[in-house]
Ligand binder design. Structure first.
Ligand code: ZN
Length: 147
């Protein structure tokens, strides 16, 4: 963490910055995004400053996911989105955060790489993306299956 730029999420955890908190316990905090895609979008963070989500200890990661599930079901019941999405992109604030997105459109969570132009309209899909050969896919699977 850059010492000159304090972590905004750690400041929220310490109560130094405001947040609209949905849930918290000793380990995690869930609060509303200040610029949601749709109303109801929130995030869950570990209270401990950990940069990347994949570095969160297993037990704590499970705790986050369990509460994401519970809070997502509640969000679905109260706001009735078409789907509830979970996103960990790791950009923005360098403090691990799982974003829970009420989705009302299939383009609410997309990569810019999923977008393409067809007949002058912006479309969403994967058919235009290059598909690696089975050999390349198998090679990548083997690479990723090893520690
Ligand atoms: Zn932090």
């Amino acid at each position: 963490m850059d010492i000159d730029k304090p972590c905004i999420f750690c400041q929220i955890v310490r109560g130094e910055k405001p947040a609209s908190i949905i849930y918290q316990d000793d380990l995690i905090m869930a609060f509303m995004l200040i610029r949601p895609i749709h109303p109801g979008e929130f995030m869950i963070i570990p209270k401990e400053h950990i940069d990347e989500f994949c570095d969160i200890p297993d037990d704590l990661a499970c705790h986050i996911i369990i509460h994401a599930q519970r809070l997502s079901r509640n969000l679905r019941k109260k706001l009735n989105p078409k789907r509830v999405g979970l996103v960990v992109h790791g950009f923005g604030v360098a403090h691990a955060h799982l974003i829970v997105v009420p989705q009302h459109d299939e383009m609410d969570i997309v990569s810019g790489r999923h977008l393409y132009l067809e007949d002058g309209e912006i479309k969403f899909g994967v058919s235009h993306l290059p598909s690696p050969s089975r050999e390349e896919l198998n090679r990548m699977a083997e690479c990723l299956s090893e520690e």
